[in-house]
Design a protein around this ligand. Sequence first.
Ligand code: ATP
Ligand code: MG
Length: 413
Amino acid sequence: MISPSALKVLYRLDGAGFRACLVGGGVRDLLLGREPKDFDVATDASPDQVRELFRNCRLIGRRFRLAHVRFGPEIIEVATFRAAHDDDDGDHAEMSDEGRILRDNVYGNIEDDVWRRDFTVNGLYYDIHDFSVIDYVGGVEDLEKGVLRIIGDPDQRYREDPVRMLRAIRFAVKLGFNLDPSCARPLPQLASLLDAISPARLFDESLKLVHGGYALQTFEALRHHHLFEHLFPLTEIALSHEHDGFPATLIGRALDNTDQRIADGKSVTPAFLLAALLWDAFEERRRQLEADGMQPMDALGLAADQVIAKQVARLAVPRRFTQVTRDIWAMQPRLVDLSPKRARRAFENPRFRAAYDFLKLRAEAGDAEADCAHWWTDFQDASDAEREEMLNGLDERAAPGAPKRRRRRKRRA
Ligand code: ATP
Ligand code: MG
């Protein structure tokens, strides 16, 4: 089950006289009988020596320098064994005042390397030289017991790299493991250390949290351990004064939807989840601006700008995604307040599908009129002739949420 590319890297390093081990998730997942997502290699060759062995190689990372060896779409990550930082040596790893590791590029051997890894089950090495699994940290036992345990003192290891708190949740949920109580206990207290992590890294990590196939469970665990509020502060505020199950129902459904799509092998976009996570904050701001006398369209645009700006300060969501989130929001009124002309235009909009999916989600969560969502579902299923008929059936001056002529008549009566 080890990919041919990973084997190629391992054997070429071994052939050149270097130590070459598979490490991390690859070994962990193979021992669990799961298919690894990717393969990480650890070696005593320096990044420059790795580059000399592989033409298809790029060195990346400053905080943590490593080599990427590319085979078509597959990338094998090759990391040089790291040693613990030694304070009386000029060459030690750089630390922040809070004990966070800023740079970690001091090389060592495998016995140094293992102690810097995060969890015991991620600290197993498969040595290609003699096909043995090397376990310095009791990782095999924890794999068998289904326990996720940090290597060393949890408090110190979280302080060194607060992202390990997010990784703890991600692996515990994905593997169905119990987070060892000593590793769960410090989380609420240390959660605010996440605020010092760069928004770019937090975005990358958040993508893994929501696109790993267990978004709903991960979300619940993150909230339980008080980590979530440091990733999505506006969402946490909305959740804390939720009414009638909003926005919890909408968010839960969006996350569940994401998991479902991944299970079905369909594509997912962070823009859609972002639209759901921030919907309540956006709506509240929009209503506030309207109540202050702003024109509806202006209020919508400004509310979207403000809510997204706040979120992006925490997670650096690239513009190509936030733009889609804005479009999904901007189209919501246009899918509800229907006239033949508006409906035709909405349907031709390139974002129609995403906006319709979002409307459907809102309707299912009881946040939008189910009638409108059904009308659009029927419309998409209909033939051209039937569509014309449906469009002609719309009242030019239909009230929001009342796409059918019959309903308006009833109201008038
Ligand atoms: P995945 O299945 O998500 O790829 P993984 O365990 O392989 O899981 P990676 O992010 O690919 O995770 O990292 C590879 C290995 O590097 C980990 O298993 C772990 O040993 C080590 N590692 C990664 N990130 C950290 C970290 N922040 N602190 C300590 N060790 C880490
Ligand atoms: Mg990996």
